[in-house]
Design a protein around this ligand. Sequence first.
Ligand code: GLU
Length: 499
Amino acid sequence: MQKVRVRFAPSPTGHLHIGGARTAIYNWAFARHNGGTFVLRIDDTDPERSTQENVEAILRGLRWLGLDWDEGPEAGGEYGPYFQTQRSDTYAAALETIRAAGRAYPCFCSPAELALKRDSARDARGLSGYDRTCRCLDADSAASRVEAGEPHVWRFAVPDDLNEVSFEDAIRGNVTFPASSLDDLVLVRSDGTPTYNFASVVDDALMDITHVIRGDDHLSNTPKQILLFETLRHPVPTFAHLPMIWGADGKRLSKRHGATSVEAYRDSGYLPEAVLNYLALLGWSLDAETTLIDSRTLVETFSFDRVSSNPAIFDTDKLEWLNGVYIRALDVDEFVDRMKPWILGAGLASAEELRGLDDWLRKLAPLVSERAKRMDEIVPIISFLFSQDIAIAPDAAAKALSFPDAAATLTAARDALQTPPGFRDSEIEAALRDLPAALEQKPKTVFQAVRVAVTGTTVSLPLFESLELLGRDRTVARISAALTFLEARARVDAAEGRT
Ligand code: GLU
């Protein structure tokens, strides 16, 4: 059997988006499953919208997902170059082949003429698109007009005796297009650049691509591409068209539905393995139950027969849930490693300060990993641990520090926390355990007051562990600062006659 060669061929007109990433994942998984080759080709034939920045973002996005390519930018390969803009000679040669086969003709119709034709009644033969005016030109006069430099495009002449184009899609089964739906498509634009359909086929042919796996927005291009493969006398690859990805409203996924670029998900705290898992199962399934799948299992089990032909709904809540599952499954050291960029990025500590904090971060890790569905959520949860002082949120003060004995409670807690010889969570707990009874307060009242004094908020990590992580000095200093805050508030209240 022929060795599998597949390609992911993004146009660098934007960053790697969710749909493109899923196409890349399926191509990669199919190649790896079959011991084949995964080619990355950059379809940059649109000079106005293609940028180097986008190329780099696409490569970064793929690498972040853990996808590697065997041939393409930065990997090289014997079928290169892998940027379409560097392959002009190849397209020129292919145009010659199509001309020699009598299937290409120059078209001199101006854009204005074409627009007029589109607006006027459809051709009597029921053909859609271009009415083929220039196909009927005398070959010699057409050649001399080309010679004289008259602006023209090159069109493909769809065979007259063609009834239909039919192919067996690996996902959708038999697909048939009537010849009447096929236009004499443009192969080369008037500026000499190849169109997508032409360049894509030439490259797929010369790069020996065996399977074209892509979104089904390209389905209607496929019959045209098949005709081109046949004209170039190249075996037609197997096509596998992936179902569209929709937003929850049943419309094609777009910016309206929120972030669509893979890197935006990275930046909002998603783990690459969770995104890979989610996208792998967005249109493909291992079985009816599996929701957790790693890249190795994906490679082992991937096949087209479990790709659905129905649109898949992109559900951010589900992705977030899955991300939480992955976060909780990280082991402590791994979580610490993933936490560091977020600590640095939020400016909570410098790289210098973080060095030497590994043991401390390891203690913190399990407390945080349980509470975050996204890595960005850890920043507000842990920021109180990184500052010298904290500001007490007014609503937290109102809720937890406004009972009559608040000052006495905090003073007693501060005293109790000075006594244990060590400052481990169990020692802290023991030191504070008898306080509520002694103060004739509910445990919740006492502990909530300490929590707000030390963390500034009513919702935070478990109290005793938090105090341990903070250390005795900062804990005591924060309780003292809260007492000062209470005194100041009492003075204002007294001055304004509220006591
Ligand atoms: N550059 C095309 C796109 O990004 C590739 C389509 C294809 O895979 O043929 O849509």
